[in-house]
Design a protein around this ligand. Sequence first.
Ligand SMILES: [Zn+2]
Length: 261
Amino acid sequence: MAEQFQVYAIRFAHREASVRGEHFYGHDPCALDDWPISYYVWLAVSDSRAVLVDAGFTPETAARRGNRDYLASPMDTIRALGVAPDGIGHLVLSHLHYDHSGHAADFPRAEIVLQESELAFWTSRHAGRGQLAHFVEPADVAYLVEQNFAGRVRLVDGVHEVVPGVTAHRVGGHTPGLQVVQVRTAVGDVVLAADASHFYENVERVKPYGVVTYLPAMYDAFDTLHALSDRPELIVPGHDPQVLQRFPAVPGLEGLAVRIA
Ligand SMILES: [Zn+2]
């Protein structure tokens, strides 16, 4: 039988003091309404493999940037779910914003899967410019450049089978090489949208996020998310606090981990 995965969303940080206007594209009539944001990584585990999607940010980065509640190290929650960081065979980075790439060095045995266009952009002349620079930690990018020389980074272009049952799909839009991940489970295909849909409202109401590289690609990404699963409830947004309400908590890890499938 084809390999099936269990999928967990792991919340490691939260920012309560946040308003809608920070998040939605264009003029939002409710721009000053409260709009908390959560930060996640996602773990897919089968009988023989463990794949991590995204690497969060470190407590040091949280302290430097301020204004964020660091709830628990994603490393600790991964261990609590029964997976040793050394047991992660593949680390898929959706994109290189600081909140998705910070712990890459803590999974020394993992092959790191990244779209080539994403790494290319963050080593281009635009990387250090104004608001663009704000979204990345240069040390994270430098680490990936170095690891690419060491042969540990798999730079891919478009669709890539990470392992049987887990595929990465470049969608762009939010960043040039943003990718989403489809995972085969017992209840259907789960789609880890990461920042192709920060919140449920983005994909469910076709409302783009405010940080945009190319707006048409962001709309196409919503279509891709639906194409990758025939069960829309299995499309998991990248930053929505509601993920903790829509899926059951892992006993003992309430507020930190939910079982998606
Ligand atoms: Zn993000």
